[in-house]
Design a binder for this molecule. Structure first.
Ligand SMILES: Cc1cc2nc3c(=O)[nH]c(=O)nc-3n(C[C@H](O)[C@H](O)[C@H](O)COP(=O)(O)OP(=O)(O)OC[C@H]3O[C@@H](n4cnc5c(N)ncnc54)[C@H](O)[C@@H]3O)c2cc1C
Length: 457
């Protein structure tokens, strides 16, 4: 599968041979469709809770082929756009519980890597969210205030001198520093999780697309080209790809995010920008930039535009020169002292977006098929949290996790495709223009009306 290595720098870094497809018919307790972080975390948590279960993961390509092998590798507790928007959506108590679960997920990710000997190049260096505009200054101050109200520790505001002393860019006006962020190599993490699932007794079939999923008797049947699985329960763990399942087609929609990765910097080049703490970094645009160092001394520069791809995910969207060019420009604007730095890799991948901008886990009608999706571009750690929630749902346990606000409520419908495409595209373009102008989102009457009907993006 040579194509795999070209989908991201991470996926091509190590030689990888996908496992064999399903060949024949079998029975299972749980069949999981999708071999990304959601599917593999759920399988892992299930098998650790009950080693006697038969758990089977089906992946149409190779584990990590989707977003899980292509992302920026920021494992952080962010759910929704910010703590403030999480509180706006859920209220203080429910937001606190969700954030707490997300912080635990960041810790679980690190402890599982240690216990299972997964070498995912962890860099537990925290996150710096920088401000580029007066509006972003306000958002950073507000975020620190909300963190204090929620009792979240390890969060502090840096003024202009402090952030510019740490990472040298004239464009940084201030920053929020958060300890709870770990940078990972996502392909090593997802492949390490696959091995951990197999060691725990699970089966992972790659090159095995689910062609049909149907309810049958008191269970389900999953059909694939080479065989079928009769299971008591199934989990749809296909995130941005979920839009192709009829029961979820109007609940999640694909956007794309794109990444540039530089050649390794020399010590002299690193000296020009500082960044000695090697933290993950973001700005506070709604369509944000996210950027980080890698363990082999490169800089990843990503985000900014997140094009809506209603007919995706599709390999034809994996590259977009327009976005790559715009990213190159904003990098040069931020770090003009690195104008000699070359970008060696460029790629993109699908992000599953919901109307509420919240991820969701629960049951489809009849409590035989569970779902978990909709990380809105923030799933590296949150998939681990939703994997624990789904474990408890599948084991029919009533726990704090199954009572989280992310569980048991299917995200609202995004509306019919024809209308949705126009509205979402208009909203996306409008938001990017507001971001570029450093302005607060003051939606037109049209946008506010459509937000009321279909939910906000
Ligand atoms: C460019 C980019 C950068 C990102 N950066 C970050 C970041 O820094 N931090 C962060 O927290 N999040 C980030 N994300 C989001 C994060 O990667 C995702 O939220 C997360 O990986 C979702 O995992 P998943 O397992 O739910 O979905 P996926 O990883 O997309 O896995 C779904 C899998 O299902 C498979 N599949 C689909 N249909 C079928 C079928 N019919 N049968 C069998 N298998 C099927 C697909 O092949 C795919 O492998 C980023 C995403 C992208 C694209």
């Amino acid at each position: 599968m040579e194509d795999l290595a070209t989908r991201s720098y991470w996926l091509g870094l190590d030689a990888y041979e996908p496992g064999p497809p399903l060949n024949g018919d079998m029975d299972a307790d749980v069949a999981i469709i999708g071999g990304g972080f959601t599917g593999l975390w759920t399988a892992y948590h299930l098998l650790k809770a009950d080693p006697g279960l038969t758990v089977v993961v089906l992946e149409s390509s190779a584990v990590g082929y989707g977003a899980s092998g292509r992302n920026g590798g920021f494992a952080m507790p962010l759910v929704h756009r910010s703590l403030q928007s999480l509180v706006d959506n859920l209220g203080h108590e429910r937001a606190r519980a969700v954030h707490h679960g997300a912080e635990e997920a960041v810790q679980t990710l690190q402890s599982v890597c240690a216990e299972e000997n997964i070498d995912a190049d962890l860099m537990p260096n925290g996150l710096l969210t920088v401000s580029n505009t007066p509006l972003q200054d306000e958002h950073i101050r507000l975020e620190a205030k909300v963190a204090a109200e929620l009792g979240i520790e390890g969060v502090r505001v840096l003024d202009k001198d402090e952030i510019q002393a740490r990472v040298h860019s004239e464009t940084f006006r201030g920053a929020l520093e958060e300890d709870a962020c770990v940078l990972v190599n996502p392909a090593r993490l997802v492949r390490g999780l696959k091995e951990a699932v197999i060691r725990a007794g699970g089966r992972v079939f790659e090159q095995t697309p689910m062609e049909e999923l149907s309810r049958s008797g008191d269970g389900v049947v999953v059909r694939t080209p080479g065989g079928s699985i009769r299971a008591r329960r199934a989990l749809l763990a296909a995130n941005a790809y979920s839009a192709s399942f009829p029961e979820l087609s109007d609940r999640v929609t694909p956007f794309y995010s794109y990444i540039l990765l530089s050649e390794p910097l020399t010590d002299e080049q690193w000296g020009r920008i500082g960044w000695e703490g090697r933290e993950g970094m973001e700005d506070r645009r709604t369509f944000l930039h996210y950027f980080r160092p890698t363990i082999d001394g490169r800089i990843m520069w990503a985000g900014r535009d997140a094009p809506y791809r209603p007919d995706g995910p599709d390999p034809k969207y994996d590259r977009d020169d327009r976005v790559f060019n715009r990213l190159q420009k904003t990098f040069e604007w931020t770090f003009p002292q690195l104008s000699d730095l070359k970008f060696e890799y460029r790629w993109g991948g699908p992000v599953g977006v919901t109307a509420t901008f919240l991820p969701a886990a629960g049951w489809l009608k009849g409590n035989r098929i569970a779902y978990a999706f909709g990380y809105n571009g923030h799933g590296v750690a949150i998939t681990c949290l939703l994997g624990k929630c789904v474990r408890d749902l599948l084991l029919e346990r009533d726990t704090d996790l199954t009572r989280l606000a992310l569980v048991g409520r299917k995200p609202p419908s995004l509306g019919p495709r024809l209308v949705r495409d126009r509205i979402v595209q208009a909203q996306t373009d409008f938001q990017i223009r507001q971001d570029d102008a450093g302005r607060e989102l003051k939606p037109s009457l049209f946008v506010r009306l459509t937000e009321k009907i279909f939910g906000g993006f």
